[in-house]
Design a protein around this ligand. Sequence first.
Ligand code: F3S
Length: 406
Amino acid sequence: MFLSKEEENILDGQKGWILERAMRLLTTIGDLNDAERLVPIKRSQVAGVSYRTVGDPTLHLVEELAREKVRVRTEATQNPAGMDLKRWREMRVPEGFAEKQLRICRAYERLGVEASCTCTPYLSGNRPELGEVVGFSESSAVAFVNSVVGARTNRHGGLDALSAALIGKVPLMGYLLDENRTGNVHVKVCFKPKNETDYSALGYYVGKEVETSEVPAYDGIKGASLDDLKLLGAASAASGSVALFHVLGLTPEAKDIGGVFGGDKPKYKLEVTSEEVQSVYDELSTTEEPDLVAMGCPHSSIQELRKIAKLISGRTVKRGIKFWVFTSPKVFEEAEKSGYVSIIRSAGGDVFLNTCMVVEPIEEIGFRCVYTNSAKAAFYIPRITKDKCKSSIAPLRTCIEMCTTS
Ligand code: F3S
């Protein structure tokens, strides 16, 4: 890989051991993937924040880096933590967990990575532009900014996203290159999604079917909202590793069927009917009586909070069930001003920030059965809790009707 004089000096350790190791990681990844050179970035999303998922090794590493007083060179945001950073006691998060979680977030902050702790940074200011190269490491955010925004990022791990943020560059490879961005699987959608969970189930099914690095191009979706695409992308990134998808007539690089496949024939066609979608509902539904109904995977947008407030207004959450919504601090602020938060709380629900039903220590908090409208969350909850907590999917409206009385 070609390196400029300045980059070589960093690799030689002339700017300290941290930047040397960061540069070594980026150039190793670049060399392994035949990258020509490094290219500059202005934005990063850094995963590896929840103490639940990263544990003591990351805590010690990030604290060690923070002691060296290096700073990131990009606008960088943290992925969700394992708790609401302020209201963790109200979530009943254990004290020992909370202490370590706060240390991780503070250490990242000292490196210059903002503790917004959201997986939807693109809804909260850290939103790239069409064609902009960024270094994002949350799989759902990668899928959204690549596909819906039309920005360019590879699916970074937490450590290489942090390295890229410290150096301010990423290797020029993968989804940054035009030739890897065209669709190559023609997904014919042969049913009409009725709600956001149908979109999520569709993404989940396609993610399972396609190979890593294949780019599905959906044909037959009309009128999906940005929130529908957010759920679809998150699910296909979870069940498979889809980092980029196109939706004909909706996403920026999918104006027409010829262009979306770059003038070539797709490798194969995948037809999805309501039967396949129903199979996802069946696979991901393993519980009937929820003790937690949780929305916001990925973190809720202001439009989703408005919809939740509208549906829950005048209803009351049943005893023995919690209704929790997860969002980012910026969207929360807006929802509070608009009165949506107080409507949800008056009904007996709650809105938490910085975390979600997957990366919080859900079983230690005491939950055993979760209902959610997100296929990604329903997929991960039993896995991450080693089956101590079961999950099911249903659309938002059904979830609210199930856990409230009028
Ligand atoms: Fe975000 Fe948590 Fe879902 S990090 S995409 S809300 S699993």
